[in-house]
Design a protein around this ligand. Structure first.
Ligand code: CA
Length: 218
């Protein structure tokens, strides 16, 4: 299981991140100041660190040279939407940054991207009776392969990794088609329909009124 250290002094934000990462299948640990973060990094093994810039005791920037040698990728969380902060974080060696407040879908996407870059994503996912192999890009149900197109496969993974979250059509579009959403809801709808049919997931992929879709998994 992938272990994430959340370094964030604001408890409500820390809780929000933790709950969402946990429900996405990550194991989470939290540190609420720079010193606690340093000691956790020293004593535990983490696959990813989410690091707030403005922390009591020792700032996120000051922590960087200490925690970097441990090798875990780092995503900065910054409240300031200033170019200087982003550049400084990346120059110090962070893998990415998120500007607060951010949407949970955005957080999960960034986490996923960084982990993928480090080949840390789980290779085989099991969800709703399916076995999804992300390396061979195959989907099996009761041992039988279900042929999916590239986009259908990407869409399925996106749903599984964001299970039980209502996903807006524009977010789905931007993540799967990697371009700006121009209001073309038909593309998303058609792919969802085909995916539902192929997987026999008519009830699992629920339509969310005025939003988009939600994959419902226990
Ligand atoms: Ca803070």
């Amino acid at each position: 299981m992938i272990r994430v250290l959340i370094v964030e002094d604001e408890k409500p934000i820390s809780d929000l991140i933790r709950m969402n990462l946990q429900s996405a299948g990550y194991q989470c640990d939290c540190a609420f100041d720079g010193l606690e973060a340093a000691s956790k990094v020293e004593n535990g093994h983490y696959d990813l660190i989410l690091l707030d810039v403005m922390l009591p005791e020792v700032s996120g920037y000051e922590l960087m040279p200490f925690i970097q040698p441990y090798g875990a990728p780092i995503i900065f969380l910054t409240a300031k939407d200033s170019v200087e902060d982003k550049v400084k974080g990346l120059k110090l060696g962070a893998d990415d940054y998120l500007v607060k407040p951010f949407e949970i879908v955005e957080l999960l996407a960034r986490v996923e991207t960084v982990l993928r870059r480090y080949h840390l994503t789980e290779r085989v996912l099991e969800a709703g009776g399916l076995v999804v192999d992300t390396a061979s890009r195959t989907v099996k149900k009761a041992g039988t392969e279900i042929p999916l197109t590239k986009k259908e496969f990407d869409l399925l993974l996106f749903f599984i990794r964001n299970k039980n979250i209502a996903l807006f059509r524009d977010k789905i579009y931007e993540n799967i088609w990697e371009s700006d959403y121009m209001g073309d809801s038909r593309t998303v709808d058609l792919h969802v329909q085909r995916l539902r049919k192929k997987l026999n997931w008519e009830n699992r992929i629920a339509s969310v009124y005025k939003v988009g879709y939600r994959l419902e998994l226990d």
